[in-house]
Ligand binder design. Structure first.
Ligand SMILES: [Zn+2]
Length: 242
């Protein structure tokens, strides 16, 4: 059962009861609310901290959980700042992704990977904006915990099933909300990116992916196996699938 999305805030779309989607020009995140608690799925760039905090305040409730799709700086950037405000919140990611989240390792596109494409104005402009947003900052999260993929969990009153979807990073997770047919797809499936003119569900350009063929296989498997009605991607607008 999906409703037409309504607006409660200039940046927030209510996708279904208790599911709030925030799209910014550079990256998106999702807030789940219910039972008086809040669950944040991804946390933007370091420079998004105030924006994320304001959305949490607007939705209202105690932040108890931060679910991470993957440990890139535009998805975990505000986590450390949020933990200063909500020290008891648990930060969860797949076991395979934890080294990326703590920054023991960094499977992320760097300036050297972008060099062959920097002649393109869109790539040059995006790189400058990403760096200004804190894309090269130290964003390691001190104590993330593993969450088991494929098993049903409950967060802020919602059934949530993490889906292991490697490729973009080794331990990328999407989060499936079966009660509303909503898939929070992180960077495993996007619908747009400032460096691309591609629309609709797709995989990011290969330079952004740890293992490009595996990323494509993960997207195909998920769309084949899950009855997705609404896609909430890490980049680009949310999308209702026919
Ligand atoms: Zn990413």
């Amino acid at each position: 059962m999906m409703r037409t999305a309504g607006r409660t805030h200039p940046n927030v779309e209510v996708i279904a009861p208790g599911i709030h989607f925030v799209q910014t020009p550079l990256v998106n995140w999702t807030v789940l609310s219910g039972d008086g608690t809040l669950t944040l799925i991804d946390a933007g760039y370091p420079s998004d901290l105030r924006r994320v905090s304001r959305v949490l305040d607007d939705v209202g409730g105690e932040l108890t959980t931060v679910l991470i799709t993957h440990g890139h700086s535009d998805h975990i950037g505000a986590v450390r700042g949020l933990l200063a405000e909500w020290p008891d919140a648990a930060v969860l990611a797949s076991a395979d992704e934890l080294p990326n989240v703590t920054r023991e390792v960094t499977h992320q596109v760097g300036v050297q990977d972008l060099l062959p494409s920097l002649w393109r104005p869109s790539v040059m402009a995006w790189t400058a904006r990403a760096i200004a947003a804190g894309g090269l900052a130290d964003v390691g999260v001190p104590d993330p915990r593993p969450i088991e993929p494929g098993r049903e969990h409950r967060f802020s009153g919602h059934r949530v099933i993490p889906v292991l979807t490697p490729g973009h990073t080794p331990g990328h997770l999407m989060y499936w909300l079966p009660d509303h047919g909503v898939l929070v797809s992180g960077d495993g499936i996007v619908t747009g990116h400032p460096t691309s003119r591609e629309h609709g569900p797709h995989v990011l350009a290969s330079m952004f992916n740890h293992d490009d063929p595996v990323a494509h296989a993960s997207m195909a498997t998920v769309l084949d196996e899950l009855p997705v009605e609404v896609l909430l991607p890490g980049h680009g607008p949310w999308l209702r699938l026919g």
